[in-house]
Each structure stands twice: as structure tokens, then as C-alpha cells.
Ligand binder design. Structure first.
Ligand code: G16
Length: 546
């Protein structure tokens, strides 16, 4: 593409997607996120960037997802998906931020500069996959993305309303046809097909019940499960709630983030004592489980629980198939409950790596294992298998002794059921249900594997959350001065106390996490640390109360 044709980039911007705000926006934990009405020019420019990125990657397909995932309805967001279905390479986040923030007048020149800097061959043909969540602002933003793609002579392919992990899957399949077919049907065929396959081999027994309640967060995941439900032939009896009708608002008092952070059951879900419930988030990239006991107490089974359940089952199958030499490891963040880390390292004897928040960091760290299980406590995670692991397991499934072969075949189904590109609530749901079924467990038995330390997570609003810097996988606060010393003093007063603070990359808040030996202590520690943040990091509004 000769530089003169970049004029259309400016023309499109000025006529259709002008930059109407001077508010600086940054590529955060999972792309750009803010109020939907501030995003149109950003999304248009991400359409441009997706084409440039694709051309740097020899014309391989790139994805653009319009979603603000767990955020409330007025927000929206955009993130780019790299050719293997993973999050955008981190070194490109700064480029994305630069392009998002230049004035319309500088857009043409900046686009030309970026093309030169990354050495993109602008003559290559390219297709860009675009998906969106159910927000009413998403169609308009998806159109802006498509216009950005066309402005640089790329071909947009729009998938309409899909879950975020589905779009990651489509991108991967488009660039690697051994992984699957890049359509919604292809996704169901692979993931749900593997679940049905494995269920033929694992009869229901023990305390496991095939009835599962689901909180769809009034988002896209519940709608897709409604399609899947009809094909399950009784293998799993899904009772779906919060599907977006009856005035239910996206992620409002429901969904995985609400359940995890507030430690309360969602509204809109029928309560049946001891019934296992899976709670998804708005774009279905996260899942947590819970049940309410006969005394109305809610018990949470979060991402840490899912990680330990999957890691222990995979370990069991590796042992049975005599592929123990494959190195399995688990990746967590600072939010992981201390009791889960102790259980994984001491009981399961599985190595653990701790990294910064954001699946991009977890995914990257998990690649260093033959089999990497990664989960954030908030329910965002998956399992990834190296080529070596897949080859070894396939070989045993074909050539091993009878018992080894059986275990390896189960593992192959398990791999097929996994969306390895990113955390996927639907795929994770089928993985969890498989393990619970294989072990004959109900939710209470699942919970009994270890006792969580009581914890509390809260948000503090400050003038500028970027005044907070952290180190050591966000476990240490390096600025503002004095804050970490204050946190250390506060933590020292509690048995099993631990606390950290970090700026959110998806909301305009500082997050505070605390755990201690009792819920009362965890709550108090979280409140004290919140006050320290408010005092030392420029709190706005009311000072948090003890
Ligand atoms: C996104 C990221 C997650 C992260 C979460 C919260 O989730 O994909 O990795 O844990 O945001 O991030 P932060 O604490 O920086 O706001 P989702 O489900 O919103 O896409």
C-alpha cells in the first residue's frame, strides 16, 4: 500500500469516528476499557492496528473483540487477539496506546510511522476476525473496528455476538487448521463433542449429580449454553438463569466477579440447598462455582479450586498412563488463597509460579511447563499442553498397555475439551464437570479438599491510580512512599495475615486484597489497608470505614 493511500485513514477518522475527547486511554490488563461513549475512535484505530499486526505476521489472521467482560453495562472495551489465539504481544501494547491517543490530524502520520517502525508489508492480503459481547453499544463499536480494517484494505469477518474465548478459538483455528474449525459450530463440535465422548467412558457414580445450575451474568455465555444444552442428550442437565431477559442487567449483582468479590450468591438464581451452581461473567471468559448450604451460608469454589481440581486429575491420569515424566506446573497470581498454594505445593507436589494479574502473564508463564495449568482466583484460566506432551500422550493412547491406554485416551479427550487459547468459562465448565463425575463428588466434597483462608477484596477510588507501583508479582508496593511500610505494620498484627494493593487495569480503582485467620480479621485488615491507600495515594470521596 503506497503511503498516499493512508489518506483514507484520516478521512474515515474525521468523517466517521472522530476523536472527541482528550482523556488519555491506556491498553490495560485486557485491552482498552472505559465508558462506551469514549471508545469509538479507539476501536476504529484498533481496526487499523489489527491490519498492521496481521501484515507483520505474514498475513495471519488477528482478532478484535469488543467487550468489557466483567465490567458493568455502561462500559465497553476492545482487545486484540494474536495469531495463536493468545492476547496481543505485550511490546505492542505501547504502540496501541500511542495510536489510540494521537489527534485525528496526526493519525495519518502516526500510522505511517508505526508501519515503518514494525516493518509491515502493506501489500499482503489479510483477514481480521471481529466479535462482540451483548452490550447495546457493541454493534456500533464493531462497525468502527470493521471500518478501521477496511481503511487499510484488510478484510473484516464479523462473527456477531460470541463469547470472548470463542473468538480466540476461531483465530487460532483460522491460522492452524489442525486445532479445529473456525466457526461456532466448529467450537461446539470440538469442546462439547469431547465432553460427550468422555462421558461415554465415565459413568455417573457416587455423589455426583448431573444437574447443574448456571448463572449466565445476563451476558453471552448463558445464551450459548442454551444452544449447547439442547445437544447434551442428558449427559448434563443444565438449568440456566440470568440469560438477559426479565430486566436482568449485565453483571449487575450477578456473574462470576460479583460472586467472587462480594462472596454472595447472585440475584436471579433459584436457591436450592447444596445445589452446585456455576457462575459465568459477562463475556464468558471466567467461571466460579458455589453452593448455598442448608443454613443459607454460601460456599465459594473459585479459580484456585478449579485449578487444584484440574491439576490433581491430570496428575492422576499422567500417573496412570505412565507419562509422569511430563512436567506439570501451576501458575497463580497474588490473589491466590494462601491455603490453595500450600495445598498445591505440599499435598499435590506440583510446582507453582506466581505472576502479575492478567491472563497474558499467566499464559506466558504456563508455557514453560509440558502441561501448564493457570488460573486467577477470579476464575479466569485454562490448561495448556506442549507439543511434546500431546505427542507423548497420543503415543501412549495408541501403543500403551491396556490401563495406560485408557488413561491416555481420557487425557486426549480432556485436551480436546480445553480451549487452550485463553480462559473459557464454557470449556472450564465441562472440564470441572468431567472431574467431579470421574470422582463421584458433590460440591461439598470438592470443597473439603482444603480450607481456604478467609479473605476480602475491596476497591478504593483515588485521584490517579497510576501513583501506585508494584513489584514482585504485585506483592510489594513500591510507591507511593511509605505505603508498603504501613501495610507491613498492619499485616503484622494478624495471624496468617497477608495483604497487597495494586491499580486495576480494567476499572478506575485501586484493588486491595487481604487474608487472615478469621473472616472478621480479613475484613478489618482490608479496611485498614484501604484507609492507608486512601491517605497515602490521594483517595477521593469518603474515607473507607473500619
Ligand atoms: C480481566 C483480565 C483478568 C484480570 C481482570 C481484572 O478480566 O483478563 O486477567 O484478572 O481483568 O483485572 P484488573 O484487576 O487489572 O482490573 P475480564 O474477565 O474482565 O476480562
Amino acid at each position: 500500500m503506497p503511503p498516499s493511500s493512508l489518506r483514507v485513514v484520516y478521512a474515515f477518522a474525521r468523517e466517521m469516528h472522530p476523536k472527541t475527547t482528550d482523556i488519555f486511554i491506556q491498553y490495560g490488563t485486557a485491552g482498552f476499557r472505559t465508558k462506551a461513549n469514549l471508545l469509538e475512535h479507539v476501536v476504529y484505530r484498533m481496526g487499523l492496528l489489527a491490519v498492521i499486526r496481521s501484515r507483520v505476521k505474514n498475513g495471519r489472521t488477528i482478532g478484535i473483540m469488543i467487550t468489557a467482560s466483567h465490567n458493568l453495562e455502561p462500559d465497553n472495551g476492545v482487545k486484540l487477539i494474536d495469531p495463536d489465539g493468545e492476547m496481543l504481544e505485550q511490546s505492542w501494547e505501547a504502540i496501541a496506546t500511542k495510536l489510540a491517543n494521537v489527534s485525528d490530524n496526526d493519525l495519518e502520520a502516526t500510522t505511517a510511522e508505526i508501519i515503518k517502525e514494525v516493518n509491515a508489508n502493506m501489500t499482503l492480503k489479510t483477514s481480521i476476525f471481529i466479535g462482540m459481547d451483548t452490550r447495546y453499544t457493541s454493534p456500533r463499536l464493531a462497525q468502527a473496528a470493521a471500518n478501521g480494517v477496511m481503511a487499510l484494505k484488510g478484510t473484516p469477518k464479523e462473527f456477531g455476538i460470541v463469547t470472548t474465548p470463542m473468538l480466540h478459538f476461531f483465530v487460532k483455528c483460522r491460522n492452524d487448521n489442525t486445532y479445529g474449525t473456525p466457526t461456532e459450530e466448529g467450537y461446539y463440535e470440538k469442546i462439547v463433542g469431547a465432553f460427550k465422548n468422555i462421558r461415554q467412558k465415565l459413568p455417573v457414580y457416587g455423589n455426583y449429580s448431573t444437574t447443574l445450575y448456571v448463572d449466565g451474568a445476563n451476558g453471552v455465555g448463558g445464551k450459548k449454553l442454551n444452544i449447547i444444552k439442547k445437544t447434551l442428550d442428558g449427559e448434563l442437565d443444565l438449568k440456566l438463569f440470568n440469560l438477559g431477559g426479565n430486566g436482568g442487567k449485565l453483571n449487575l449483582n450477578c456473574g462470576a466477579d460479583f460472586v467472587k468479590v462480594s462472596q454472595k450468591p447472585p440475584v436471579g438464581v433459584e436457591h436450592v440447598p447444596m445445589q452446585r451452581v456455576a457462575s459465568l461473567d459477562g463475556d464468558s471468559d471466567r467461571i466460579v462455582y458455589y453452593y448455598v448450604d442448608d443454613k443459607d451460608k454460601m460456599h465459594l469454589l473459585d479459580g484456585d479450586r478449579i485449578a487444584t481440581l484440574l491439576a490433581s486429575y491430570i496428575t492422576e491420569l499422567l500417573t496412570a498412563s505412565e507419562a509422569k515424566h511430563l512436567k506439570l506446573g501451576l501458575v497463580q497470581t497474588a490473589y491466590a488463597n494462601g491455603a490453595s498454594t500450600a495445598y498445591i505445593t505440599q499435598k499435590l507436589k506440583v510446582p507453582v509460579t506466581c505472576v502479575k494479574t492478567g491472563v497474558k502473564h499467566l499464559h506466558h508463564a504456563a508455557l514453560s511447563y509440558d502441561i501448564g495449568v493457570y488460573f486467577e482466583a477470579n476464575g479466569h484460566g485454562t490448561v495448556i499442553y506442549s507439543d511434546n506432551a500431546k505427542k507423548t500422550i497420543s503415543k501412549i493412547a495408541e501403543e500403551g498397555e491396556s490401563e495406560q491406554r485408557k488413561a491416555a485416551q481420557l487425557l486426549l479427550n480432556f485436551i480436546d475439551m480445553t480451549n487452550e487459547t485463553v480462559g473459557d468459562a464454557i470449556s472450564d465448565l465441562f472440564l470441572v464437570e468431567t472431574v467431579l463425575c470421574a470422582r463421584g463428588l458433590d460440591a461439598e466434597q470438592w470443597l473439603s479438599t482444603y480450607d481456604d483462608l478467609p479473605c476480602r477484596q475491596v476497591k478504593v477510588t483515588v485521584q490517579d491510580r497510576n501513583v501506585i507501583s508494584t513489584a514482585d508479582a504485585e506483592r510489594v508496593c513500591t510507591s507511593p512512599e511509605g505505603l508498603q511500610t504501613r501495610i507491613d505494620e498492619l499485616v503484622a498484627a494478624y495471624a496468617d495475615g497477608r495483604a497487597f494493593v495494586r491499580p486495576s487495569g480494567t476499572e478506575d480503582v485501586v484493588r486491595v486484597y487481604a487474608e487472615a485467620d478469621t473472616q472478621q480479621s480479613a475484613d478489618k485488615l482490608a479496611a485498614e489497608v484501604s484507609q492507608a491507600v486512601y491517605d497515602l495515594a490521594g483517595g477521593v470521596g469518603n474515607r473507607p470505614e473500619l
